[in-house]
Design a protein around this ligand. Structure first.
Ligand SMILES: [Zn+2]
Length: 278
């Protein structure tokens, strides 16, 4: 799933391509993907794209006069930036925004569950943004990490968008590896220096991710490419110590970690498997 660095860099590319241009046409192609009914999306025609930003994993298109369009790509949502608007109507197409003089922004969907969605928000309406926690690199979140007695695992906390916005499985695995913390560690069990390591690791991992994502051109392709350090790299040597990276199933996710760097050499039990064996 695209996370904050992918979405931030994508927002910058969309703004560079279409910022300042007038929205000429909207072509919705999957009606379930539109999560709002008022304002009517067709009322956005003629609006000028003021800027494109990001909040959490949402793209935020500011169309002026308080009108905004949000896009959430979820698991399989992707984006084409078409220099010249196309007229293709593939079944994976979700919606196309066509701007005066070109280009067009096409939202596509390659997943089957947790599909991409979009929202049209009127003045003062934050829609789903209201439910988001602070940004992962904000001072507010850092202060929360320093002081919280949350008993959940850090891995769970970082993926919970209501607690902290913008991080998913990929950058969670990499942040915990960089901080040398076990994926099974609970936040309340962390000492002050471990909490500082976690905060620093999140900042560095997201900054590195953004730097990498800014090399990309065009939209966001189906295969995001493997920019992660340990996520999805189980079986390969840890880039820090050379130990073979392990994976463990946890809350229906595969978590990748280094036993030497993160768990004092312990290989974590696969809870799902050990339950089956009982
Ligand atoms: Zn290691």
């Amino acid at each position: 799933m695209p996370e904050a660095p992918q979405m931030q860099a994508l927002a910058e590319r969309i703004e560079a391509a279409a910022g300042g241009r007038t929205l000429k046409r909207i072509e919705p192609m999957q009606f379930a993907a539109l999560k709002t009914f008022d304002p009517d999306p067709m009322s956005l025609r003629g609006c000028v794209l003021q800027s494109v930003g990001r909040r959490g994993k949402y793209l935020v298109l500011d169309l002026g006069e308080g009108l905004r369009v949000l896009v959430h790509l979820s698991q399989g949502g992707r984006v084409d930036i078409e220099d010249q608007p196309k007229t293709t109507k593939g079944k994976q197409n979700v919606v196309r925004f066509v701007f005066d003089g070109g280009p067009a922004i096409l939202i596509k969907e390659w997943g089957h569950e947790r599909k991409a969605g979009w929202w049209v928000l009127g003045p003062g309406d934050n829609g789903p943004l209201d439910g988001l926690g602070p940004e992962a690199t904000s001072d507010e979140f850092a202060e929360w990490v320093r002081t919280s007695t949350d008993g959940r695992r850090v891995h769970t906390i970082l993926r919970d968008q209501r607690t902290v916005a913008g991080v998913g499985r990929g950058y969670t695995d990499d942040s915990l590896h960089r901080a040398k913390l076990s994926p099974y560690a609970s936040l309340k069990s962390l000492k002050p220096d471990e909490r500082e390591r976690l905060i620093t690791a999140i900042h560095e991992v997201l900054a590195n991710g953004l730097e990498r994502e800014r090399q990309r051109t065009g939209g966001l392709p189906n295969k995001l490419g493997d920019g992660w350090v340990v996520h999805n790299a189980h079986g390969q040597p840890c880039p820090v110590c050379g130990t073979t990276l392990q994976r463990v199933s946890y809350e229906s996710y595969e978590v990748t970690y280094c036993p030497t760097c993160q768990t004092d050499g312990k290989v974590l039990a696969d809870r799902r498997l050990s339950r089956l064996l009982k």
